[in-house]
Design a binder for this molecule. Structure first.
Ligand SMILES: [Zn+2]
Length: 255
């Protein structure tokens, strides 16, 4: 059994001298000066929980480690001299900010609300990229093997004869290789293989993949995985997550 704790540090990438305010600001460190790129670092640590305090680690200690890292490593170089991959690869230095028995498990760098990189500090380290996409579609959940009353009872509103709609969100995670990550080609491939086919469609009627397969969020995640895994550019596919609503999502992966 293992307890993990994640702390988020928000910051604007500026000159090191601008980080005069310590702590972990809600709006981000070094904010309110002029226009600058905004990032989020999320550090996940594991270790024993102190039975007296209930703490795995004091979050102020995580904040100090993250703030010091941003000032020392990121801030001395101008923002336009960094690449996202260089930023996340540098985050392995954060492991030194934690002493045993506390262990840094992974660091996530959010570069926009829709794109993030994750460095898992196992041996060997694993670096992944996740991007979110959106599509709107209709579907109906119904099993021909069940009677209409049984379908109605099991699927409820989702069995409505004329279907109903969702605003789906798809988060695709791929492993990054050693070189530059082909962001534009990745986005174009997911758009071509999935979004262009699924968006503003009735999944049961318009997509052959769901002609005899119920388009539940579980099945949608699996079908999207299969569509993407055939694409050579996505050979490093790690996970497909589909949100049917903000409260319901499914993951599909080969592992
Ligand atoms: Zn539905």
């Amino acid at each position: 059994m293992k307890t993990r704790l994640t702390r988020e540090y928000r910051f604007f990438l500026r000159n090191a001298a601008d980080y005069s305010i310590k702590g972990n600001a809600w709006s981000g460190a070094a904010s309110g000066l002029s226009i600058a790129p905004f990032f989020i670092l999320r550090a996940t640590v594991s270790g024993p929980v102190d039975p007296l305090t209930g703490y795995l680690i004091n979050i102020q200690d995580i904040d100090r480690g993250l703030a010091e890292f941003v000032q020392r490593v990121y801030a001395p170089r101008p923002a336009d001299e960094w690449t996202y991959l260089e930023m996340i690869r540098s985050a392995d230095q954060l492991a030194d900010a934690f002493a045993a028995p506390i262990e840094l498990l992974q660091v996530e760098l959010a570069v926009s609300p829709f794109m993030s990189f994750r460095l898992v500090l196992k041996d060997p380290p694993m670096l992944t990229f996740t991007q979110e996409f959106e599509f709107s579609a209709a579907h109906r959940l119904d099993c021909p093997a069940l009677s209409p009353p049984e379908n109605q009872k099991y699927f409820g509103k989702c069995n409505h004869p004329n279907g109903h709609g969702h605003n789906y969100v798809v988060a695709v995670t791929v492993a990054c290789g050693d070189g530059a990550f082909p962001l534009a080609q990745f986005e174009a491939a997911v758009k071509r293989l999935v979004i262009d086919r699924f968006d503003h469609k009735h999944l049961n009627l318009d997509l052959p993949e769901f002609a005899s397969v119920n388009p539940s969020v579980e099945h949608i995640a699996k079908v999207i995985w299969q569509l993407l895994s055939d694409e050579p550019l996505l050979a490093g596919l790690v996970n497909v997550r589909v949100y049917e609503t903000p409260k319901t999502w499914a993951d599909y992966s080969a592992i």
